[in-house]
Design a binder for this molecule. Structure first.
Ligand SMILES: Nc1ncnc2c1ncn2[C@@H]1O[C@H](COP(=O)(O)OP(=O)(O)OP(=O)(O)O)[C@@H](O)[C@H]1O
Length: 619
């Protein structure tokens, strides 16, 4: 009898991976049109499934997320008792809320192809929408994956802890701080033999000083016997830190791209064109406007250096560039961040996401066709991450970096030394001095409508100058070589702010607040009114206390916060209590704090069960 031939498997297909993937995963990849594995997936999935620790460096948009999610779920579903109550099997850490939430979304979409997990996830989703559920619902038998997303700001710690107890997650995905708070609870078990895999996405970012304390505590809480995977497009810089995460002999995968010389050294995908435009500062926006119109750009991510810059330009750019602008930065509340990101993703008209390095990494929006850097990132390695928000998964994309003509052009050879090739933009639009003057005038007319805008311009300008001076390589971005009047005009300033950098580098600005700005004589700053009536009334009484200060207390944001919270006597009393509590909590250890939160949660639940009238004990 002739031997029955196995159907030939396409090389580089998900079907051809060893060990073989479960059929439901293949259904997922097929349904998404992923006919071949990306190079990083082809290497990382088998290794991670085969018990290896991995350090993976692969260009942006090359499918790293599935390279760790597929092994996580395959390993877990085949484990002994994957759903023991309270036992966490895998953790994925990401540096930002947006990235953690995106990873969780990818995991949920993957698990929708796995019957027992999909049934539970759907039921959980329905219960969250508060819809009625049948009483006799029985979950389908068999092991399942239940993820929990843990990021600060979305929900309170006690809510996350309740959700942990209710949903019995076995995979946690989160940002370090909130994740640490949750795993310190006695409800969470991270025991040896049960805990399986830790993944640090954007590992080099997680290993830098900002996260060091939380990461250290998380690693301490995890058993040493586990698998660990580090993933990033720039992880090689963090190799010295590996011992810190308990990896001694990890496999290193580097999925780079061949450059023109034939060497495998390119750190950006082939589909991504990196270009720069060095021009006078006041010509940047007119040039950008031309490019966006000419190339019929639909979705742009635009990076500036500071949060105050995002606040300022988000009011100016819609009128200058005629597109919707969605601002997002680290001072925004979690729900506003999520809302603006969603509005940008869903936008069917041309739109700009205006942001800082908080969104430099990991975010995957497939139809972003342009990335623009008006200011360069403070961390050189974030350059490739920012650019990599476009040109993903083989789609074409362009990233343009604007530099001020002069010494800043040295940034290009500086990047080349790190194997990042940036070439002059192929079709730089010609813009005249008149175009630049009209643009400045347009910005100024926006500032003259409300004094708040003028205040914002000064605050943002000061923060920009400080970031320029303190966070960029000084031999390239040299504050002494700045053409201040040109920069001032490019910002549409109506006058100079008072700041030490100007005192040193443009002393005339201290005696003449409009020196070199060419502000027309009919600008009357003294009588420029605030749109906020309360401020105007206070000023009329001679009370200047409501005037926004440059930073912190009294700043525009602070002013808004204060106005939102009208202090009644009752609130005042409550706030005293909460201050006392906060004081007390600040003296507690993290574990004590978590226990206290759990107790609060218990008390709250009892109160709810008793119709909110329950008198418990005071803490
Ligand atoms: N095998 C595949 N074939 C085609 N597209 C894929 C494949 N795997 C993943 N993708 C798609 O590629 C895009 C980028 O994937 P992902 O976000 O995982 O990239 P990344 O390497 O993590 O990028 P970054 O370094 O920017 O975080 C996603 O939209 C994903 O759906």
């Amino acid at each position: 009898m002739a031997e029955k031939k196995e159907p030939q498997k396409q090389p580089r297909s998900f079907e051809a991976l060893t060990p073989e993937l479960s059929q439901w995963i293949l259904d997922f990849t097929n349904a998404n049109g992923f006919h071949r594995t990306t190079p990083v997936q082809g290497m990382a999935i088998p290794l991670l499934m085969g018990n290896k620790d991995l350090v993976v460096e692969a260009v942006t948009g090359s499918g790293k997320t599935l390279s760790f999610l597929i092994p996580i779920v395959e390993r877990l579903l085949k484990a002994e008792e994957p759903n023991r109550k309270g036992y966490v099997r895998s953790i994925v850490l990401a540096p930002t809320k947006e990235l953690a939430s995106q990873i969780c979304d990818v995991l949920v979409s993957l698990m929708n192809f796995h019957g027992p997990s999909a049934a539970r996830l759907n039921r959980h989703a329905i219960s969250q929408f508060g819809e009625e559920m049948e009483d006799d619902w029985q979950p389908p038998p068999g092991p399942y994956i239940m993820p929990q997303l843990l990021t600060g700001g979305r929900s309170k710690l006690h809510e996350d802890l309740s959700a942990f107890s209710e949903t019995n997650p076995n995979v946690l995905i989160g940002t370090p701080k909130r994740l640490l708070e949750v795993i310190q609870s006695s409800r969470v078990n991270l025991k040896r033999h049960w805990f399986d895999l830790l993944v640090l996405d954007e590992a080099d970012r997680l290993l830098d000083a900002n996260f060091s304390s939380d990461l250290h505590h998380i690693l301490d809480a995890l058993p040493k016997e586990r698998r660990t995977g580090l993933f990033s497009a720039s992880v090689s810089e963090a190799v010295n830190e590996l011992v810190r995460v308990g990896m001694r002999y990890p496999f290193k995968i580097s999925a780079k791209v061949r450059s023109k010389s034939g060497a495998l050294d390119k750190r950006t995908p082939e589909s991504l064109r990196l270009s720069f435009i060095a021009c006078k500062p006041s010509h940047k926006l007119p040039k950008l406007k031309h490019i966006m119109a000419e190339q019929k750009v639909e979705k742009t991510i635009l990076y500036v250096s500071t949060r105050a810059g995002v606040d300022y330009w988000s009011h100016v750019l819609p009128e200058i560039l005629n597109v919707a602008v969605f601002p997002l930065h680290g001072d925004h509340k979690a729900d506003l961040r999520a809302k603006n990101l969603r509005r940008f993703r869903d936008s069917v008209n041309p739109a700009i996401l205006l942001t800082t390095d908080v969104l430099a990494r990991g975010i995957d929006i497939s139809d972003v066709d342009l990335v623009v850097q008006i200011d360069v990132p403070s961390q050189p390695k974030d350059f490739i991450h920012r650019c990599g928000r476009t040109g993903r998964a083989g789609k074409k994309g362009t990233a343009i970096t604007f530099l001020n003509e002069g010494s800043e052009a040295e940034y290009v050879p500086f990047l080349a030394m790190q194997n990042v090739t940036v070439t002059p933009h192929p079709s730089i639009p010609t813009t005249t001095e008149e175009d630049a003057r009209i643009c400045t005038q347009q910005i100024r007319s926006i500032l003259q409508r409300r004094r708040e805008m003028h205040d914002r311009s000064l605050k943002a300008f000061v923060s920009w100058a400080q970031a320029y001076n303190k966070t960029l390589p000084a031999d390239i971005f040299n504050i002494r070589k700045i053409d201040w009047p040109e920069i001032g005009k490019s910002w549409g300033l109506l006058c100079w702010p008072k700041m030490p950098e100007l005192r040193r580098h443009l002393p005339e600005a201290y005696t003449d607040r409009t020196h070199g700005l060419d502000v027309s004589g009919d600008v009357d700053l003294k009588n420029l009114a605030y749109a906020d009536k309360e401020i105007m009334e206070a000023l009329a009484r001679g009370d200047r206390s409501l005037l926004p200060k440059k930073d912190g207390k009294g700043s525009l944001a602070d002013l808004k916060r204060r106005k939102e919270s009208a202090w009644s006597a009752q609130k005042d009393a409550k706030s005293k209590d909460s201050r006392r509590l906060a004081d007390k909590q600040s003296k507690m250890s993290q574990a004590e704090k978590t226990e206290a939160m759990e107790l609060d949660d218990l008390v709250r639940k009892r109160k709810e069960a008793d119709g909110g009238e329950w008198e418990g004990f005071d803490d």
